[in-house]
Design a protein around this ligand. Structure first.
Ligand code: V47
Ligand code: SF4
Length: 360
């Protein structure tokens, strides 16, 4: 084991890539602090002491979904109690609220809606831009983009071009879950395959959209599935360079149908974030999404290779419907405080990581 850490320290100092076998050995190692040290060193080479966040707002336009992923507590079937679809005016109200709170980004995703036409999504983008042309809209995962292509009969590049023309700025990283098909068959059998998620994302990058990549961990997957997932993501990033951040999402078990579901422990969360930092040498940013991690682990993760805390969020549904006990919103000052108390420099960024303000 000691040999593992000595050789990995050398690799990281030389900016070299670690292998799948080494990543797996890290997952199997009990030495959280040694893993954290490697990750912190890898992060420091890329980002120094800077930790990024943005001021944003989530708008989940609808929770109706034709899929039934067993880890999802957010989606409802048509006609089921609790199902909703926002009207364009409601979306505009939420966007206006975001602007008033100083937001630079709207993060918008929804289920795969049984009946809404593609024109709704184009109109939604236009309606948000009408509120403020300055707002960056990060919306629609690769799963939704694939669905739009299917309901319209258009190609993915056509769908991407139309969404861009209507105001889409970039794509969030959802829908990746675990890309390996054996796990997908168990947790989200109706969802597009991992291969298709990669293909749609590659086409979106080629069409000029940046995106993120997420990994849902802590359900039925093994460590080897996490490593395979990161390998597929790393390979795609080698081809396109279109990813901005990697986001390990800690599974929240309440109201889900994952057999034997338990929450993710702090050690597993920190280890997974740290290993992703070490393994994904071609990613500049690792995002600690505080909604799923909780604020305390998200802050601690800043000493374990994480350099981005996402945003102020406001009204998050996907994690909270599944029992996340983090707050609904953290104000700009709250995020800055978390970062400062971890001994780091808080930097407000826009969605594309242009620096807006450094809180020295
Ligand atoms: O794809 C669903 C996950 C994702 C649960 O790109 C769950 O900046 C935990 O991708 N427990 C959507 N996770 C969220 C997402 C995201 C969030 C923040 C920022 C960005 C970004 C992307 O949430 C889904 C799925 O993987 N999810 N159910 C659950 N029970
Ligand atoms: Fe639908 Fe997405 Fe939930 Fe799966 S994770 S059921 S695709 S909303």
């Amino acid at each position: 084991m000691d040999n593992l850490f000595t050789s990995l320290h050398e690799k990281i100092a030389a900016g070299q890539r670690i292998t799948d076998a080494e990543a797996l050995a890290l997952f199997e190692s009990p030495d959280l602090l040694a893993i954290g040290e490697l990750a912190a060193a890898a992060n420091h080479r890329k980002n120094g002491d800077r930790v990024y966040f943005n001021v944003n707002r989530h708008i989940n336009y609808s929770n109706l979904c034709v899929n039934q992923c067993i880890f999802c507590a957010f989606s409802k079937e048509e006609g089921e109690a609790g199902g909703y679809t926002l009207a364009l005016e409601q979306i505009q109200e939420k966007a206006a609220e975001a602007v008033a709170a100083g937001a630079t980004e709207i993060h918008s995703v929804g289920g795969l809606h049984p009946t809404l036409p593609f024109s709704f999504y184009l109109e939604m983008l236009g309606a948000i831009k009408e509120v403020s042309a300055e707002l960056h809209i990060k919306a629609f995962t690769a799963v939704e983009i694939d669905y739009f292509a299917r309901i319209t009969g258009k190609s993915v590049p056509e769908v991407v071009a139309e969404l861009k023309a209507a105001g889409l700025g970039s794509m969030p990283g959802g829908g990746a879950e675990i890309l390996g098909q054996a796990v997908r068959d168990k947790i989200c059998p109706e969802k597009i395959s991992g291969q298709r998620w990669l293909e749609v994302t590659e086409l979106a990058h080629q069409g000029g959209l940046r995106s993120n990549a997420s990994m849902l961990f802590g359900h039925l997957e093994e460590f080897a599935d996490r490593v395979e997932h990161m390998r597929l993501i790393r390979e795609l990033q080698d081809r396109t360079g279109g990813f901005q951040a990697f986001i390990p999402l800690a599974f929240q078990p309440d109201n889900t149908r994952v057999p034997g579901a338990k929450g993710v422990g702090g050690v597993d969360a920190l280890k997974t974030l740290a290993i992703s930092r070490i393994y994904l040498d071609n990613f500049r940013h690792i995002k600690g999404y505080w909604v799923m991690l909780g604020l305390k682990i998200a802050q601690t993760a800043l000493c374990f290779g994480v350099n981005d805390l996402d945003g102020t969020v406001i009204e998050e549904k996907i994690g909270h419907d599944a029992g996340a006990d983090s707050p609904q919103v953290v104000a700009r000052e709250g995020i800055i405080e978390l970062i400062r108390k971890a001994g780091k420099i808080a930097v407000e960024r826009d969605t594309l990581y242009n620096e807006i303000k450094v809180y020295a």
